[in-house]
Design a protein around this ligand. Sequence first.
Ligand SMILES: [Mg+2]
Length: 390
Amino acid sequence: MKILDIRDCTIGLDGDMRNALIGFSDHTVSLVAIISDQKRNGKPVVGYGFNSIGRFGQSGILRERLIPRLLSIKTDELLCSDGSGLNPEAVASTTMLNEKPGGHGDRAGAVAALELAAWDLNAKLADEPAYQTISKYFKLNTTDNSTETYAAGGYYYPSDNETKFVDELKGYLESGHHSVKIKVGGISLSEDLQRIEEALAVIGSGKRLAVDANGRFDLEKANQFAEAIDIYRLRWFEEPGNPLDFELNRQLTLHFPIHIATGENLFSLSDFRNLIRYGGMRPNSDIFQMDPGLSYGLTEYQNMLKELESAGFKRQQCYPHGGHLINLHVAIGLGLGGCESYPAVFQPIGGYSPQTQLQNGRLTPSDAPGFGLEQKENLYPLLKSLSGLI
Ligand SMILES: [Mg+2]
């Protein structure tokens, strides 16, 4: 097999909402295509990938550094041992030639987009959905073809906030979700508590409602908030403080029973290791949300899982950030706790294809080869124009 070309483009995301810290209206994503010389069903095999949601595209890093490194060596050096596809670890390590450790930033998303495209390519070469390829590669023998999900929403909208908020939550339940996550920390504590009570009136149980502060609080405010929501017995309290403030995280886990969720803004194995060492995370309690698309891809993510399990945690405590098809396949293939859904936002990357089934709070992807990105109707034209080969 040979790689004929690697291309990227930057695409915008729909969304005029905010969390406690940022607006999403100008966020972008890097979409990449690895074009191979192989054919299946008479069509060229192309692997597609992207970095995840909530950041910006990395076209400069991809075009000036990472893609030229991959194209400068023979494809043979990037193949897995039996030659049946790309070795994702070799793809990731080749993109990182001459890069210093630490200071991960946008580079971690750019490498991830390419490494994840290698997984899409490999699954298409094997003519199977990516979760099967992932499970086989890591010798996990996953038998499930579905995973738990929850609807991530409850944003602060620019107008009609209250009506939109309640209608949004009702819509999630009607579409088959059992659990919902809403944003907090963007308004006063008393206003947030009112929103939580409105949400509970729709959802019915604190066990099915999580809240996400997106790193908004300092320790004093995080403590106040955790104390105020204690009576609701919510599902989890996500990113109470800055994602790199491990002592703040530890203080909350020491003093409050509520499950703490964090990790979506950790971009590397070494950042994750610091969370395990210093963040006070509790086995069988707290939730890890590292996102392969923001942190060097699936190879790095698998290394995080190894450390997580050897420290006494379970992979079922992992719910990767980023409600899209790639992380749905990752969650099933690796046997994680579940993945999030963005049913209404962040299109065309967020959400799932019409062929993805949602029933009783569980998602089942289609049998389309790879991540099935081509089945997303609003993503398909962008994939087509990037590769020119669909
Ligand atoms: Mg979050």
